[in-house]
Write a protein that binds this ligand. Sequence first.
Ligand code: UGA
Length: 434
Amino acid sequence: MKKICVIGAGYVGLTTGTCFADLGNLVTIVDIDERKVENLRQGILPIYEPGLEEIVRRNAQSGRLRFTTSYAEGVRDAEFVFIAVGTPSGTEGEADLRYVRQAAEAIAEVMDHPIIIVNKSTVPIGTGDWVADIVNKHKKNDVPFAVVSNPEFLREGSAVYDFMNPDRVVLGSLNREAAEQVAQLYLSLRAPIVITDLRTAEMIKYASNAFLANRISFINEIASICEALGADVKEVAAGMGYDKRIGSAFLDAGIGFGGSCFPKDVKALAHMAAIHGCHPQLLRAVLEINRDQRRRLVQKLRDILGSLDEQVIGVLGLAFKPNTDDMREAPAVEIIHLLQNEGAIIRAYDPVAMNNAKAMLDGVTFCENAYEVAQGADALVICTEWNEFKHLDLKWIKEAMRRPIIVDGRNIYDPETMRQLGFLYRGVGRGYGV
Ligand code: UGA
């Protein structure tokens, strides 16, 4: 049993701390947000993440997981202090490191025994060295410490599973012994462990996210070409995916990637490249294609409906992907803004992200369910592939709509079945004009 402190109770920090507690360690999670900490003490989570609440409660009850707003309390006995705070995008796409700085300074002030500081936040290459400098400058006691980079690869919606079943654990440090001590925390997960230097570990995280984003933009570009040439991108992706060198993951064409990671990390990597004199042409194209996917969906509606002024458009799904209430960079937000700019009237529904969506979207009528959205709509748009949308009573939906038009941004329906049901159906990259 190791004593671990985690700074930040967001997706990464909460999942990491809770899972380490579940593996038998004694964990204290520090967050400066008093309300969040108070809620967590009562078992109320700030995020929707399947399975996490139960594990938080179980480990809190057993005394292995605690929450506090006090750095001193968190760092007091800890052998490992994980930094898992947010790194939002700055104005130029660069990662904003103010929370990492605050965490490093606060750790330095209370640290009174040797610790290993482990950085889990996605940070620009070189941040590990910078954190070490900040801690050296601010430490009140002359105690040794090491900095290890340990990027996180978990996905929202399957965070607990991903933490417990990693494809690999990446550790980077100038202090190999410290990296090996962190490796011990992961041994029971039986994953390959890559130990490297700090900057390489930080780059592995950016390169991995950028590569996955690249796959999505690649298949979206192929989808646009499929539309022009009369091929079906779903079958193209399936046919490509059997090749072991390609694989089938992350080849779903649609309205593009959103969320708190891919858009931000690709922008940050492109920014880092540019300020060091590189020309990140591929990364820029990945972002441009992604933005165009939203516009192409709106264009499909224009092609069918003509002017969008006063047309009632029903939007099904608001979260950036299913199984999360996260609305950050959700394609639905941009699509709704584009539609509203042209005078469309928006009705919308999401199974879990509605509260977060309400805070971000004005002038939208939020409905109780998909059927209510469909009532009187001139067209329906699918923005998130929630399972419940795959099993709707489409005959009922068709009767309820003013016009039976569905523009499916996630390719959840079969075009032929939709045609037989009498819908005018448009997916992404699915044959001529589709
Ligand atoms: C992503 C990575 O998958 C994680 O490995 C990483 O740890 C995380 O970012 C992070 O850096 O913190 P996440 O943003 O939770 O995880 O979501 P993904 O499941 O990767 O999906 C990202 C976006 O890509 C979603 O909007 C999704 O709809 C879209 N997507 C995904 C596609 O459009 N097509 C696909 O084939 C796959």
